[in-house]
Design a binder for this molecule. Structure first.
Ligand code: SAH
Length: 378
């Protein structure tokens, strides 16, 4: 008797009467041009029996012309289009919902990945820049209680190309003039969508490289325009500092004391406030980049003046900027944003310590701008 089993899983012969359970094979997203370095692209093309320079043509089509459809790559012979398209341009992202606000200059997209997982990205156009906020994981394993994504747990890591495709989709919409303000480009990318980017380190670094590499290797976005936001995975912050990529590090602190941070950002039970701040200062020293401290102001939870004072003392005289985020309440949450007077007092205390501080604008709030809220509703 033979037992059917998914490809690659050896079938065990069951004892009579015994049921076999074969764990479903975890399929990975298909390989895409954007997963590969220039050298890997040339090798992949050669393996398909094509001249290596086809890799440069494909790269220019994708990263310059933002064309992901091989059928319309008319600088390639028709037969090559078919073959290279199938091998290097699988469909990775399918739009499920598109929501716009701010007169169309804020656009949020809910994407379905090949395996049904849902992720979100947001395009925000300002007068002087356009920022894409991207997801790096489907779901998230960090379990922060105020975050919509944290509530559902981690589904899986995204691939480099799945991350890059979110930016390319935004760049395409801008280039085509679909976003009010005339044709434009993506100037900034923030890893502040779903997921913990440093828990998907390899794919995220690959994506950052594709974003900042000049054409035709990548999109040519300035590394200074890229921000990686983290709960504070200390070893990964150290690794990132050594990559030689001057991206901005954003640290989601949310509390200056371990007692509260243990509950708001549970990974704090592993790496404490002092450790994570040390890692941030090392990052600033190595990259010469100002670290951004993210602090969601939650009414009567972390917005007391004494906590502002403590935060001020911890970060003053450092290469730092504090970004206060009015909490975007998630459905069913008992928490809400701070009172305006408490927010103002918090800002004043930080300024008193000479700490540069801004309150983030709340763009996209009416379209469930806080990460994960759209996917959670679906
Ligand atoms: N996992 C990464 C990046 C994703 S979230 C991180 O934690 O940094 C990007 C930022 O949005 C983080 O600072 C996160 O704490 C914050 N955030 C999450 N849910 C929020 C909410 N409901 N209101 C305000 N900020 C929120």
């Amino acid at each position: 008797m033979s037992t059917a089993s998914p490809a690659g899983t050896p079938a065990r012969t069951p004892a009579p009467g015994q049921l076999t359970f074969v764990a479903p094979r975890r399929a990975k997203p298909a390989r895409h041009l954007a997963d590969l370095t220039m050298a890997e692209r040339r090798a992949a093309v050669a393996e398909l029996g094509e001249k290596p320079f086809r890799a440069d043509q494909l790269s220019r089509q994708y990263f310059d012309k933002l064309n992901g459809d091989p059928q319309s790559m008319t600088d390639l012979p028709a037969a090559a289009r078919e073959k290279l398209g199938a091998a290097l341009f699988p469909a990775l992202l399918t739009p499920v919902r598109e929501l716009a606000t701010d007169g169309g200059t804020t656009r949020k997209t809910l994407w379905r990945l090949f395996d049904g997982a849902l992720v979100e990205s947001v395009l925000m156009r300002y007068t002087d820049r356009t920022t894409m906020c991207v997801s790096s994981q489907a779901g998230c394993g960090m379990n922060c209680p105020f975050c919509a994504t944290g509530q559902a747990g981690l589904t899986r890591n995204m691939s480099t190309a799945e991350i890059v495709e979110q930016v390319v989709a935004g760049a395409r919409a801008l280039a085509k003039g679909e976003v009010p303000g005339g044709p434009g480009r993506v100037s900034n990318v923030v890893f502040m969508g779903m997921g913990e980017p440093l828990a998907n380190y390899k794919a995220v670094i690959g994506a950052v490289r594709r974003l900042v590499e000049p054409s035709p290797s990548g999109l040519g976005i300035s590394a200074r325009g890229v921000t990686v936001s983290t709960v504070g995975l200390v070893p990964a912050i150290g690794k990132l500092a050594a990559e030689g990529l001057p991206v901005t590090l954003a640290l989601s602190l949310h509390a200056p004391d371990d007692e509260l941070r243990d509950t708001l950002v549970p990974i704090n039970t592993r790496w404490k406030v002092a450790e994570v701040l040390d890692a941030a200062w090392d990052y600033a020293a190595k990259t010469k980049r100002r670290v951004s401290i993210e602090y969601a102001l939650i009414k009567d939870i972390n917005d007391q003046e004494w906590r502002a004072d403590l935060l001020g003392k911890l970060v003053r005289n450092k290469l730092v900027h504090v970004n206060l985020i009015p909490l975007n309440p998630t459905p069913g949450s008992k928490w809400t944003a701070s009172r305006p007077e408490d927010e103002r007092a918090f800002v004043r205390r930080l300024e008193h310590h000479g700490v540069p501080v801004t309150v983030r604008d709340t763009r996209g709030r009416e379209i469930d701008g806080a990460c994960g809220q759209l996917a959670a509703a679906e």
